[in-house]
Design a protein around this ligand. Sequence first.
Ligand SMILES: Cc1ncc(COP(=O)(O)O)c(C=O)c1O
Length: 399
Amino acid sequence: MDTQDIIQHFAEQTHPDELEQFDRASLQELVAKHETPFMVLDLEEVDYQFKSLQAALPNTKLFYALKSLSHPELIKRLKKLGSYFDLATIGEVELVESLGITGDQCIHTHPIKKDKEIKRALEFGCTRFVVDNFAEMQKFYPYAGQVELIIRVSFRSPQAVVDLSRKFGCTLEELPRLVDDAAAHGISVVGLSFHVGSQSMSPMTHVNAVRSSVAAMKVMSHVDWKFLDIGGGFPIVYQESVSPIADFCVPINEALAELPQGVDVFAEPGRFISGPAMIEVVSVVGKAKRGARMWYYLDDGVYGGFSGQMFDHAAYPIAPLKPFDPTGEFFPSVLAGPTCDSIDVVAEDIELPELEVGDILIGKQMGAYTIASATEFNYYPKPKVVVVEDIFDPESEAL
Ligand SMILES: Cc1ncc(COP(=O)(O)O)c(C=O)c1O
């Protein structure tokens, strides 16, 4: 993709206001105030993403998956919006607790836990846990009467960028035996869950998983099913276009309409809410012509805010902040991170106008699985996060 394509691609993003994120004047103001590298978390964008998904899944309770981005300001905003929370670790339990969220607003979705993690979540008041195997079920024997279990089923997702069902989830064949094991120990099983994989490009993966779950619930009609948790996986635009979320969810809602009466629906979105809410601002700190290509060395890379390129298989749209002539000359370029490691390359074979040391670049869609997995390799600090109410609003001050 060349730079013009990238700019065009920005114009095609999820909603027209997104273009304004590239309101260069507002960004220049932020650059004047903050040293690069830094990330900008836009709370207005959090509102937009949450409300869009809630409108697309009107009968579904949204449990935000903290693991994608756990910035306290984002969590506080989601709490205000009426979101629930999906937790997986003691750290996440303690973070939401410190922000005034209560256990009944949360589910604990990690299929593998230490006893101390179960105890800490219970002490917090979170009583709904996910289980997907017999060894895990045994850990709950002492807590019969105190917990409600959701059994996670695996549905493989070759179309997802990150196929989470490789690692977690029981088979549909194992499911009745797990349900029986729970019943034999006086433990209530109240729901089923699945995760079709992150950045799932086709809604049919959700649809098929919903249909199989509905069928399983109907076969095991002796269980008092209260919930179906359809996980996360809702996609956002990186380099490839994706369906608008309203369209993406139409067949999913149709499949959900077949659920037995009285079964509530949960979802655990992470990326869809956090991804578009953050951009990263970096500077060119060095340049060299190596062979036919220009190499630009940035002050952050794959060990920092761009870590999702390694762990999350993401390729973020990135473009220079300075105005340039789209009909001018472009050169094959490489954008490299600052560390001494040669894998630290952010973009290869990108066509760019000539950049100078000190020029600013903006990476977009950088909220999910970015700073969350950043390291301080080479003693480069992680980029700081500047929180704004609305990046489009020139009056908006950093919070
Ligand atoms: C159990 C669970 N729920 C929710 C999520 C969030 O998924 P996504 O970011 O694709 O919405 C994940 C991601 O790894 C997960 O493991």
